[in-house]
Write a protein that binds this ligand. Structure first.
Ligand code: AMP
Length: 181
């Protein structure tokens, strides 16, 4: 039985205006995750694209990137690398500070779990300016990984994250686009 179309998936994403601040249209995946068929179709569509890319691990960005990234890694039979928020890992880490669409943040990685030269696919729920995914790619590269692709459920094209990623040598892939910020 064919899964849901990307149009049907798009309709499962809830838009919350002015969160977390005025002018931001928050694209909330809670409603997509809660829909069994929608969740399955999201992972199916990500896996259809990812399978051709030849990655040896999937890295997900805390927290929403963990949900899609882990499911995708499991589907592809690959290991999962958590790119964590600051202060969560109990071992020595490498870290990257980056600017967000609203605010700033830090990602951390245990570099010992990356094999030299291995191909790692970055996953997050949403691509806005690209700052988060580029910070993740930088961290993985500093640990010795090759990062050539990043996958998202949602892209916000007006924020030009796709071009920022391409400029950083990373090809972006997204299941759907939303207008606005
Ligand atoms: P950026 O670094 O600008 O590409 O922002 C991407 C990160 O911020 C992702 O982890 C998203 O989950 C979150 N994010 C940014 N903008 C939005 C938005 N409009 N709706 C939901 N999440 C967002």
């Amino acid at each position: 039985m064919p899964g849901l179309s990307t149009e049907a998936l798009k309709a499962l994403v809830r838009t919350v205006p002015d969160f977390p601040k005025s002018g931001i249209q928050f694209r909330d995946i809670t409603t997509l995750l809660a829909h069994g068929e929608g969740l399955a179709a999201s992972i199916d569509l990500l896996a259809d694209r990812a399978v051709t890319l030849g990655a040896s691990k999937v890295a997900g960005i805390e927290a929403r990137g963990f949900i899609f990234g882990t499911a995708l890694a499991l589907r592809l039979g690959l290991g999962f690398v958590p790119l964590r928020k600051a202060g969560k890992l109990p071992v020595e880490v490498i870290s990257e500070d980056y600017a967000l669409e609203y605010g700033s943040a830090t990602l951390e990685l245990d570099p010992t779990i990356i094999e030299p030269g291995e191909h790692v696919l970055v996953v997050d729920d949403l691509l806005a300016t690209g700052g988060t995914a580029i910070a993740g790619a930088n961290l993985l590269r500093r640990a010795g990984a090759r990062v050539e692709h990043a996958m998202f459920v949602i892209d916000l094209p007006e924020l030009a994250g796709a071009q920022a990623l391409r400029d950083a040598g990373v090809t972006p892939h997204a299941l759907m686009e939303f207008a606005g910020h």
